[in-house]
Design a protein around this ligand. Sequence first.
Ligand code: URA
Length: 271
Amino acid sequence: MRLDKFLALASVGTRKIVRNYVLEGKVTVNNQKIEIPAAEIDENADDIRYLGKKVVQIGKMYYMFHKPAGCITARKDENSKTVLDYFDIDNMDGLFPVGRLDKDTEGLLLLTNDGEFNHRLMFPDKHVEKTYFFWAFGSLDVEAQNHLKMGINIGEDEALAKAIKIEVIEEGLYQELKDKMNINEINIHKVKDIRRDSYPQLVVSGYLTISEGRKHQIKRMLKAAGCYVVYLKRVSIGELILDESLEKGHYRELTEQEINKLYQNDLITSA
Ligand code: URA
């Protein structure tokens, strides 16, 4: 097995992080410093150490978390509540979030101690689809939807961002739809700001699917299409759908079937 893969599987860090550890000379194999992440090792016979400590395989953990708005996707933070603050399990040491959701975004977030799993879901080459439900101020006619599907400019020096799928669910006046919009506390100010400008205003809801994970990607794509997001929720990653019986702020272990689904998705999409 490759050395970087073994280290990620043993939860020393994500593939990217462990590769750097190897390049920085922090890893030894049978007492010899190895600085080649792709070096082949025998995981059953070799003595592999990170900063002198023997690396051993530990039990893998995979959790589905229904992220509420208001917490940040990090392990620790000085000022804000983090997603890890919602967890109360014995072995939290190696647990980390797979990818990132903004502070005001709700929905499906996976947490694991398996760096390899993280790599398979997050590595851009894997093209794992993520679907988000949104409410936004603005409207999305067929032309705007096609623009999103063809690829839209979300910033200089960046490749166009493409929607794999877009489905508009509802469109109408804010006044008529505001009770459905579910806007959370931290986004109320956005509505106040936008409503100062002009009346009447159109709002739109829908699902947008992307296969990349650039910063604020959905918000930036919809902004480029003339819409201003005031509610965002991730509903699926690959074949895995958020379990709606899981209340916001709650978590549960993924079933074996769900873990397999995610691995299967990787095999299909990276083929
Ligand atoms: N796109 C965004 O704009 N925000 C998220 O949290 C996730 C995707």
